[in-house]
Write a protein that binds this ligand. Sequence first.
Ligand SMILES: [Zn+2]
Ligand SMILES: [Zn+2]
Length: 384
Amino acid sequence: MKTRAAVLNAMRVAGPYAVSKPLAIEELELDLPGPGEVLLRSKAAGVCHSDLSVINGDRPRPLPMALGHEAAGIVEEVGPGVADLVRGDHVVCVFVPSCGTCAFCCEGRPALCIPGAAANGRGVLLSGSRRLSCTPGEAAAAAGAGELNHHLGVSAFAEYATVARQSLVKVDPDIDLKHAALFGCAVLTGVGAALNGAGLRAGDTVAVIGLGGVGMAALFGARAAGAERIVAVDLSPRKLEWAREFGATDVFLASDDNVGEAIREATAGGVHHALEFAGALPALELGYGIVRRGGTLVTAGLPPPSTVLPIAAVGLVADEKTVRGSYLGSCVPARDIPKYIGLFKRGLLPVDRLLTGEFRLDEINSGFDQLREARLLRGLVTAF
Ligand SMILES: [Zn+2]
Ligand SMILES: [Zn+2]
C-alpha cells in the first residue's frame, strides 16, 4: 500500500529547516504487516529531540530513514500471530521494542532489550524486516534496493506505519490520542526517570536540568511523587516561566555565573536527586555538582557519543554520590504507560499542558525549527 512519510536523506543539513527541508515528504510503498506485526494509522506523532538528534547528526543513524518515534494511532490491520490486538484498538508506540525473552527482558528491564537495541541500531523492525520502500522508479535515488530504514521501530511521521507488536501498548479509547502519544517518549522517559530512575520519595528535593517535553514531564513526576522542592534549570527564560507554572519552586538560568553554587546555597547543600535531560556536558557537570552528599544524578539526556563526563572519583566514595543512567525512564512500558495515564486522568500528571504546537505533516521542518529554537515544549504532527 502507499503512505506519505517524512524521510531524512542526509544528516547535518544546515538550518533553518523550513528552508533547507532536511525532511522530505515522500510517497512510499508500505508492506502490510508480517507475522507478529501491526499496521497502524498514525493520529499524532511528537516532534522530539531524538528525531532532531538524527537530523543534526548528534545521533547518527542509517539513512535514508523515515523518522518519528513518539506516536499514537489506531490499529488498521494485524499480521499473522497477533492475537491480542484488533482493528480499531488505540495504541501508543514505544521506541524500544522488547523481545520478552532476552536476559534483560527476563530481568524486567525491557529498555535494555538486546534484540530491540540491535534492531533500532540497524533501522529495522524487531523481526529484522524493513517494511518501507521507495516506489519503483524512485528506487534508484535511494540506497540499496530502495528500502528505507525505520526510526526506532516506529517511523510514525506518516499516514500509516507497520510496526512490531512489541512496539505497541494498547490504551483505553477514552484518552485523546494527541495526549496518548506523549506517553510513548516524553512521559515514559521523564516521569520514569523521576520515579524509577531516582526513586523519588515525598519530601525529597529534586532538580530538573533541561526543560523540554521530557524534562517537564519529569517535573510533573516529581510533583506527583511529593517532592518538596523542585529546582528547574534551563538556558531559556521562557521555559523557566513554564516550569514555574507547572510547579517548580525554584528556577535558575543555566547560563548564569556560579549557577551551581547558587543552587547548592538555595537547597542547603544540594539536592537529593538531579535529573538531567539536556544531553550536554555542562548540564551533566552541573547535575553532579548540585547533588548533595548521598544524592543521585540521573541522566536521561543523550549526548553525542564522544561526550565524556569527568568526575573526581573520590566524591563517589567520600560523598556517597551515585550517577545513574536511565533509558526509556527505566520503564516497563506495558506496566507504566497505563499507570501514568491513570495519574494523568486524575490530574496528577497534566501532560496535556506540554502540547504547545500542532503541525501538518508537510509543516514538519518548521516544527523542528521551533524545537531547536526552544519555542516548543512538545509539538505534534496531527494531520497527515
Ligand atoms: Zn529482550
Ligand atoms: Zn522522543
